[in-house]
Design a protein around this ligand. Structure first.
Ligand code: SF4
Length: 613
């Protein structure tokens, strides 16, 4: 009997209409944990190189973290992974809510899907009974309508579904659970849509066996109590404002990109404009807070915005406010509420959608496209009503919206006429709303991570590890070398340590924000759940294995990672030099970004060698 996990996964073949349970060797868990780690191992093993991500042979899946489903604080996350149709690379995305824990309640450590249904279908796994059911009546509905209809039919369930964007195979679409939590990045909504799969419905009552319940309870209670008693600092800010705390702060710091990465806050989006979309302004519409499973912080919020007819909507995150605010020189808060609701319902990634709007505006302002090509929309900076209409067109793939619905790289290839100058992306994916000029290490991460353009893959200078963090106090036994913020050996070593620990944290199911609040009893909680006597060093090495396998997946696809280039507007430091130093530390060839054979052997990734060499 295993503790913390079930030792089995579920395969669903939509072409065959078949379900198959598979037991996994125990060493998979110790070597890859769960989440991104288990995803990389299983998908790498089962999906051959060069598989069409939207073809029936493509595999994608849902992977809860190793600790997900237990009471360990902030561990309710799950990850969706597969080959990204947006970038052609490894694709993954991280999500909260209650769907991930329900996978465990159904008795599985992961659900993987392959094949393609001939007509729209949804899957149910309810109290052990598994079915594939006709979804013709759900096709065309948004995710809220879908979830409500399925709940009416099946009772209290957890649902992950695609909206109209995923159905329309928009390459910037995601998968949504809890009505508004979206695994938005990497275009995996289109992968689900390509399989004619509208939704997955889960309900289970399996219990996770625990190695040391008392140890787990003791540390969980202590941690949660400290969070509850915390009356100041970042914890309190998060409880009150969620990520919208960054709406003004990040702009003022110079972190938030302005005017499609071409402007400055001072000149283009000054304080009086920032204040119109501030976290405090947004909080006026808050009805109640909510959080993910096992989270004492509750950074989410349900809101009522009667002014635009939203009787119940979710608070937009910082990323959404940034990309539909300063990026577009838009300070109309009501339009941001409306767009956030539209995008959540349709299941479209707001970072990519907002960047596509910024691209279209800049093309319009510079005469590359005109009103004939925008279906009459006056796409000027800050024209909020036109921006809302353009988002609707992207969701429906109508007119200019059809061109933008696959992201800015593809849009610029279709439009031509020098429009690529305004297409801000890395390898096809739009960049997260954190400036790589502000966070030095973000340049290399945006450019060269196996899933390019992501801001939540590990990087040294961001989040708790960066200027606002306290990296050496986060976990017992975790410390970055002296002077790591300067250039040189220690900086590359620190980058490697952060990548290692962070990939493990993700794969354990831990929310990234956990590292911002207070010291986290990481090793004690792992011991309490799984019973392992594990060290920080082992977790770092495990994370390096996960990162290296993600890298190997992208290289096996024939992607020339090292020659990827960032748009000049996003370049701060010499990110290639930064990356080469990092590669050396990782045991990867700095000229090609290929992991060295001895590194692969040391990480027990020998099975990759014949693919890469
Ligand atoms: S801090 Fe927010 S995102 Fe993280 S687990 Fe809690 S509610 Fe979810």
């Amino acid at each position: 009997m295993t503790n913390g996990y079930f030792g089995k996964i579920l395969w669903i073949d939509l072409s065959e209409g078949a379900f198959k349970e598979e037991s996994l060797p125990e060493e998979y868990y110790r070597s890859y944990l769960g989440g991104y780690g288990l995803a990389a191992k299983l998908i790498y093993e089962h999906m051959p190189a060069k598989t069409d991500p939207l073809g029936s042979d493509s595999i994608f899946g849902f992977f809860p973290g190793l600790l997900t489903g237990t009471i360990a604080p902030l561990t309710g996350r799950f990850m969706v992974a597969g080959k990204s149709p947006l970038t052609g690379t490894w694709g993954d995305s991280n999500c909260g809510g209650y769907f991930g824990p329900e996978i465990k309640k159904c008795g599985f450590d992961a659900i993987l899907i392959k094949g393609k249904a001939n007509t729209p279908k949804y899957i149910t796994i309810i109290d052990g009974d598994k079915q594939i059911i006709d979804a013709t009546d759900l096709w065309g509905l948004d995710v809220v309508q879908t979830e409500e209809k399925l709940t009416e039919k099946h009772g209290k369930i957890q649902v992950a579904s695609i909206g109209q964007a995923g159905e329309n195979l928009s390459l910037i679409s995601g998968i949504v659970n809890d009505k508004a939590r979206i695994a938005g990045r990497s275009g995996l909504g289109a992968v689900m849509g390509s399989k004619n799969l509208k939704a997955i419905v889960l309900k289970g009552n399996n219990k996770i066996s625990l190695a040391d319940k008392d140890l787990l309870s003791k540390h969980t209670k202590e941690y949660n109590q400290q969070i509850q008693e915390s009356k100041g600092g970042i914890t309190q800010i998060f409880k009150t404002l969620g990520t919208t705390a960054g709406n003004t702060m990040m702009v003022q710091m110079g972190d938030t990109p302005v005017k499609n990465w071409g402007g400055t806050a001072k000149e283009d989006y000054p304080t009086e404009r920032q204040n119109k979309i501030s976290g405090m302004e947004i909080a006026k519409y808050k009805q109640k807070a909510y959080g993910c499973f096992s989270c004492p912080v509750h950074c989410g919020a349900i809101m009522k915005v009667s002014e635009v007819g939203l009787e119940e909507t979710h608070r937009p995150e910082y990323e959404t406010c940034a990309v539909f605010g300063p990026m577009l020189l838009n300070d109309d808060l009501m339009s941001i509420f409306t767009i956030n609701d539209l995008c959540n319902r349709a299941g479209i990634d707001t970072i990519s959608a907002g960047t596509a709007v910024a691209f279209a505006i800049e093309c319009f302002e510079n005469g590359i496209i005109n009103k004939d090509e925008t279906d009459g929309l006056e796409l000027n900076w800050g024209n909020s009503s036109a921006i809302v209409e353009l988002v609707k067109k992207m969701i429906d793939r109508e007119g200019i919206g059809d061109i933008l619905a696959d992201g800015v790289k593809i849009a610029s290839e279709k439009i031509g006429n020098g429009s690529h100058e305004y297409a801000i992306h890395s390898g096809g994916q739009e960049l997260g709303m954190h400036s790589s000029k502000f966070y030095k290490s973000m340049g290399a991460t945006f450019a060269f991570d196996p899933t390019p353009g992501r801001h939540t893959t590990p990087t040294l200078d961001f989040g708790s590890y960066g200027p606002i963090g306290k990296p050496n106090g986060l976990f017992e036994g975790f410390a970055l070398p002296e002077g790591y913020t300067n250039s040189g050996e220690n900086r590359s070593e620190a980058e490697k340590l952060v990548v290692g620990i962070w990939q493990s944290l993700n794969s354990l199911g831990l929310c990234e924000f956990a590292t911002s609040f207070q010291k986290y009893p990481l090793l004690e909680l792992i011991t309490g759940v799984v019973g392992w006597d594990i060290t920080i060093d082992e977790l770092v090495k495990t994370g390096l294995r996960i990162q290296t396998l993600r890298q190997a997946f992208t290289l096996r696809e024939g992607i020339d990672i090292i020659n990827n280039k960032l748009p000049s507007r996003a370049v701060g430091i010499d990110y290639l030099a930064d990356y080469k130093s990092y590669c050396e530390k990782m045991g990867w060839n700095p000229e090609s970004a290929y992991p060295l054979e001895e590194t692969l052997k040391d990480l027990n990734l020998g099975f990759v060698i014949t693919d890469l060499y």
